[in-house]
Design a protein around this ligand. Sequence first.
Ligand SMILES: [Zn+2]
Length: 61
Amino acid sequence: MSGINVKGKIGQFFCRHKNKEWFIRKSQFSSLRGERRLHICTECGKEVGSYFAEYEDTGYK
Ligand SMILES: [Zn+2]
């Protein structure tokens, strides 16, 4: 994830997390069912939030 300035915990403490972007993190375990989406502050690199987005089932019904 380039473009993120990781300032460490002290920087994250003082950061107000105004600029956040969504990043997708795919793993071996989740790639078939969905993907993990991380809401990360681009100022300090802190993970503000995340959730698991499951792919829609396009298989048999
Ligand atoms: Zn921040």
